[in-house]
Design a protein around this ligand. Structure first.
Ligand code: UDP
Length: 328
C-alpha cells in the first residue's frame, strides 16, 4: 500500500504542485485545506480533507482517518503587506495553527514534518548570497511567523523527537509544465503573475516598485525558483527524513542560485508573451530588500536536489502558458 502524506494547504500554489510530485513518486497525498485561499480544482492527486488548522478536532479526524506517515505543512497566510496590517491573523494561523498541527501529530504518534518556510526569515542581508546560517532577522510579521515556527521545530525535535525539515523558498514561481496547475492568488501581489495579467490585458499595465536600489539596473534582484523544482525538493526532504538515523531539525535553502532584476523579469514576460504592456515607475514598496539570492550548496549536497527547471525563460514560459489558458 502506498504511503500517505497529509499536506496541509494542499489546494494552494506550492502545496498542490507538491501533491502532484508526491503522487508521481508513488505516495498518496491527502490535502487538508479549508479552501479559504486554495482551490478545489487544484486537488487532483488524492483526497481532500476539508478542515482548518485552527481546529484541532478536524486535524485529529484527518490523521485518524488517513493515518499519514508524515505531514507537509503549507497552510498559512502569505501576503506580506496584509501581515503588517493584520498581524494577529498571521500569528494565529501561521504560529498557533502550526502548533495545532504539531500537537495533533504528537497525539497520533506521527513525527515526520516538512515545513514550508521562506528566505524572508533573514530580512535585509545586503549584497551577500544567503546561506542557511545567515542571520535570522525577519522584518515583516509574515516572516516573523515563519522564523518563530522554525524555533518551535527545533524545540519540538528535542522535546518530542520530531523529525523535521524546513525548506526556505526564495521566489516560488512558474507553473506545472503539463498545464494542470498554476499560481492564482486573489488578490495577486506577485511579480510574474501580475506581468502575465498585464500582457493579457487583464490590467491596464503594472508598476515597478523602485528603481533606485543599489543593484545593476536599480530594481530589486530576486532568486526565482520553479515551483516544480520546489515540489521535487519536498519529496527528497521526506525521503531523507525516512532514512536518517536521528530525529532532528534541519533547514535547506531552495532557490535557483542566481538573481534576476525586476526589469529582467518584465523583459522576459514581454518576450515570451509578445506583448509590450505598459510599465510605470513607482516608489519603493515597503519592506523590499534590494537583493535576495540563495546559496543552494547544502540542498545540492545533502538532498541531492538541483533546480532543473528554474531558468528565467522556463519559469516565465510555464507561468505564461498557464495564465494564457486558464485566466482568460
Ligand atoms: N514587484 C514590482 N511590481 C509588482 C509586484 C512586485 O516591482 O507589481 C517587485 C517587488 O517590489 C519585488 C519583486 O518584484 O522587488 C518580487 O516581488 P514579489 O511580490 O513577486 O515577491 P517577493 O520578493 O516580495 O517575495
Amino acid at each position: 500500500m502506498s504511503k500517505t502524506i497529509l499536506v496541509t494547504g494542499g489546494a494552494g500554489y506550492v502545496g498542490s504542485h507538491v501533491c502532484k510530485a508526491l503522487a508521481a513518486a508513488g505516495y498518496t497525498p491527502v490535502s487538508f485545506d479549508n479552501l479559504s485561499n486554495g482551490h478545489e480544482w487544484a486537488v487532483k492527486w488524492g483526497p481532500l480533507a476539508r478542515g482548518d488548522v485552527l481546529d484541532g478536532n478536524a486535524l485529529d479526524d484527518a490523521i485518524s482517518t488517513y493515518r499519514p506517515e508524515a505531514v507537509m505543512h503549507f497552510a498559512a497566510l502569505i501576503e506580506v503587506g496584509e501581515s503588517v496590517k493584520n498581524p494577529g491573523n498571521f500569528y494565529r494561523i501561521n504560529v498557533a495553527g502550526t502548533l495545532n498541527v504539531l500537537e495533533a501529530m504528537i497525539r497520533a504518534g506521527v513525527n515526520a514534518f516538512v515545513f514550508s518556510s521562506t528566505c524572508a526569515v533573514h530580512g535585509d542581508v545586503g549584497d551577500v548570497v544567503i546561506t542557511e546560517d545567515s542571520p535570522i532577522a525577519p522584518i515583516s510579521p509574515y516572516a516573523k511567523t515563519k522564523a518563530v515556527v522554525e524555533s518551535i521545530l527545533a524545540d519540538f525535535s528535542i522535546a518530542h523527537g520530531l523529525n523535521a525539515v524546513a525548506l526556505r523558498y526564495f521566489n516560488a514561481s512558474g507553473a506545472d509544465p503539463d498545464g494542470a496547475l498554476g499560481e492564482a492568488h486573489d488578490p495577486e501581489s506577485h511579480l510574474i503573475p501580475i506581468a502575465c495579467q498585464a500582457a493579457l490585458g487583464q490590467r491596464d499595465g503594472m508598476a515597478i516598485f523602485g528603481d533606485d536600489y543599489p543593484t545593476p539596473d536599480g530594481t530589486c534582484v530576486r532568486d526565482y525558483v520553479h515551483v516544480t523544482d520546489l515540489a521535487d525538493a519536498h519529496v527528497m526532504a521526506w525521503e531523507r527524513l525516512m532514512t536518517r538515523k536521528e530525529n532532528t531539525f534541519e533547514v535547506f535553502n531552495l532557490g535557483g542560485g542566481v538573481g534576476a532584476s525586476v526589469r529582467e523579469v518584465l523583459d522576459a514576460v514581454k518576450v515570451v508573451s509578445g506583448v509590450d504592456f505598459p510599465v510605470e515607475q513607482h516608489p519603493r514598496r515597503a519592506g523590499d530588500a534590494p537583493k535576495l539570492v540563495a546559496d543552494i550548496a547544502k540542498a545540492r549536497a545533502q538532498l541531492g536536489w538541483k533546480p532543473q527547471r528554474s531558468s528565467l525563460e522556463n519559469i516565465v514560459k510555464t507561468a505564461w502558458d498557464w495564465h494564457r489558458v486558464n485566466t482568460r
